[in-house]
Design a protein around this ligand. Structure first.
Ligand code: NDP
Length: 282
């Protein structure tokens, strides 16, 4: 049987529709959600991400505050800048685009953003809240994967979930979110022995590695759900961490690349911004 194609464009549109409703309800209360996107330096890829986020905001009626700072901005200047955004009542969400110039301390910057405005979900308090099972902003990419599973009626409860990747951005929070939903979770990484064997135990396999098409059919159990977070630019264009053509026939459901997890991250950022604005009213 053909696998179900988990379509990130469909799910992100559904998430955006809910976000738009949230924006309309806030407007009735006289509040316009605001997202400040801070970009230090002139990295072209970051500039294009920031531009996309601003367009997303405009489409949904979220006010965006474009804050571009020179590459030689000092740590103290950036700290003061973030403190001003924390205090600004029109700004509900703050995102500091990564990567930053190397003289800036990422940990210090992440911690400087107020947890209630940390719509990226990277602040230690929000990660701690996830660990403790408390509400808080969730990291956008894994949170987007959870929205995809829910949209397609895939309940992680009782599933054996294997996540390849343990980054703070994706792999670690992904596993905690699946654990929160009663999956039995295993994390894998570059030191895992018999990676393919571990992956073959998975009912739900999440690849967040950054290695083009590394996950082949020998990593996948018949009937598994496969989520490909990877985005790799190759000579053949954008490809995931999963060898889609070879793996799809073994799966019950699978995400494509592009058009899978990719569109979800931006959609969840906007959803988190609206949640932050609602929280500021409470
Ligand atoms: P990182 O480089 O931070 O982490 C990669 C992880 O993969 C690490 O834990 C690493 O292990 C593990 N890994 C690397 N090589 C191997 C290997 N040969 N075998 C087993 N594990 C391995 O990447 P990110 O988590 O930030 O991103 C992962 C992928 O997801 C990338 O392709 C990225 O572009 C994509 N991405 C997509 C997003 C989206 O919106 N769809 C958003 C964010 C990321 P170790 O810890 O041991 O080094």
């Amino acid at each position: 049987m053909d696998p179900v194609l988990i379509d990130g464009r469909v799910v992100s549109a559904a998430v955006e529709a809910r976000t738009r409703e949230g924006v309309e309800r806030l407007a009735e209360a006289g509040v316009t959600p605001g997202l400040a996107v801070v970009l230090v330096g002139d990295d072209p890829a970051s500039q294009s991400y920031v531009n996309m986020k601003e367009k997303d905001c405009a489409r949904l009626g979220i006010r965006s505050f474009d804050r571009r700072l020179p590459a030689d901005t000092s740590q103290e200047e950036l700290d003061a800048f973030i403190a001003a955004l924390n205090a600004d009542r029109d700004v509900h969400g703050i995102l500091v685009q990564q990567p930053m110039p190397s003289h800036l301390d990422v940990e210090r910057v992440v911690a400087a953003v107020s947890p209630i405005k940390d719509v990226d979900g990277f602040h230690p308090e929000n990660l701690g809240r996830l660990m403790r099972g408390l509400p808080g902003h969730r990291a956008c990419t894994p949170w987007g994967v959870m929205a995809m599973l829910d949209h397609y009626g895939i309940d992680p409860r009782g599933m054996r979930a294997v996540i390849v990747g343990r980054s703070l951005l994706v792999g670690k929070p992904m596993g905690l979110m699946l654990l929160e939903r009663d999956a039995t979770v295993t994390w894998c990484h570059s030191k895992t022995t018999d990676l393919a064997g571990v992956c073959r135990t998975a009912d739900l396999l999440v690849a967040a590695i950054g290695r083009p098409r590394m996950i082949g059919p020998d990593y996948v159990k018949e009937g598994a759900v496969v989520i490909d977070v990877g985005i790799n630019r190759t000579d053949e264009g954008l490809v995931g961490d999963v060898d889609f053509a070879a793996v799809a026939p073994r799966c019950s459901a699978i995400t494509p690349v592009p058009g899978g997890v990719g569109p979800m991250t931006r959609a969840m950022l906007l959803a988190n911004t609206v949640e932050a604005a609602k929280g500021a009213m409470a």
